[in-house]
Design a protein around this ligand. Structure first.
Ligand SMILES: Nc1nc2c(c(=O)[nH]1)N[C@H]1C(S)=C(S)[C@@H](COP(=O)(O)O)O[C@H]1N2
Ligand SMILES: [Mo]
Length: 253
């Protein structure tokens, strides 16, 4: 409890300083209402993370869009960060051209569903030409085509209580995003890149394409998506595998 109060005070002080119009009380109410605490915040480092997360959420709102580019700006080379998983069951799925693959969507939903790749490709799609930026210092521009994640969440009837969307890929690099990011119009379950099917190295059969966040949030080779109101009991409770290797849960750019 005391831990919660002190965290809240630090965060709301930061919000008040940033927004300047809001007094401390108003900032406290906003932080409470939106639950502006990143799931991996803890101790002294967590405070910085929570502040950035809370401040960006207030300042950028639901509607801020990542920059989109023209076709002529698509990069000639699309780097790959480590290849696709070289072990079963991914290799088996790949061998069968993902005919046996299904995307499972479960959790706080009215209708748990699974989708074949053909199902996903038959849904309305969008193409965004955006930049993928890796935290290691490289980036490239590509055209990603896929189903808006919001559409999938509507199909399965995600609960109004939904706060986090958790992604389980074929490797152990699982992760999560919040519902605001999940419903953002540029957030795609991408099955295509530069007019072709997604290659294995770029995340086949589908990857999360979330251009407002750094490369490491753009999870590849997804097998299952789960909707939840709490990350506490998932993994170590910090919302992804990323904090375990030193990356913060929030990768906004
Ligand atoms: N499942 C999974 N997704 C992942 C990764 C990973 O190791 N496993 N690496 C991430 C990182 S650090 C980056 S920069 C991007 C790279 O995407 P690309 O290889 O398609 O360029 O994928 C991200 N998605
Ligand atoms: Mo990355």
């Amino acid at each position: 409890m005391s831990n919660k109060i002190s965290r809240r005070r630090i965060i709301t002080t930061g919000l008040a300083a940033l927004s300047s119009v809001a007094g401390l009380d108003a900032a406290a109410k906003i932080a409470d209402r939106y639950g502006l605490l990143a799931p991996d915040h803890q101790g002294i480092f967590g405070v910085g993370e929570a502040l950035t997360y809370g401040a960006q959420r207030l300042l950028t709102s639901h509607h801020s869009m990542a920059r989109e580019f023209s076709r002529s700006e698509i990069s000639d080379v699309s780097p790959v960060n480590h290849g696709h998983p070289d072990y079963d069951p991914y290799q088996r799925m790949l061998f069968n051209k993902f005919k046996d693959w299904r995307l499972y969507v479960d959790g706080l939903v009215a209708r748990p569903m699974s989708f074949s790749l053909a199902d996903l490709k038959s849904l309305p799609s969008r193409t965004n030409i955006t930049q993928l930026t890796c935290e290691e210092g490289w980036s490239y521009i590509a055209a990603w085509t896929g189903v808006p994640l919001a559409l999938i969440l509507n199909l399965v009837g995600a609960s109004a209580k939904a706060k986090w969307i958790v992604f389980y890929p074929f490797n152990d690099f699982w992760g999560s995003i919040d519902i605001v990011e999940a419903l953002h119009p540029q957030t795609l379950l991408a099955h295509g890149m530069n007019g072709e099917d997604l290659t294995p190295d770029h995340g086949a059969p589908i990857r999360l394409r979330i251009p407002r966040q750094l490369g490491y949030k753009n999870l590849r080779y997804i097998a299952r998506i789960s909707v939840t109101d709490s990350l506490k009991n998932i993994g170590d409770g910090t919302g992804s595998a990323a904090p375990e290797i030193g990356y913060s849960w929030y990768g906004g750019i």
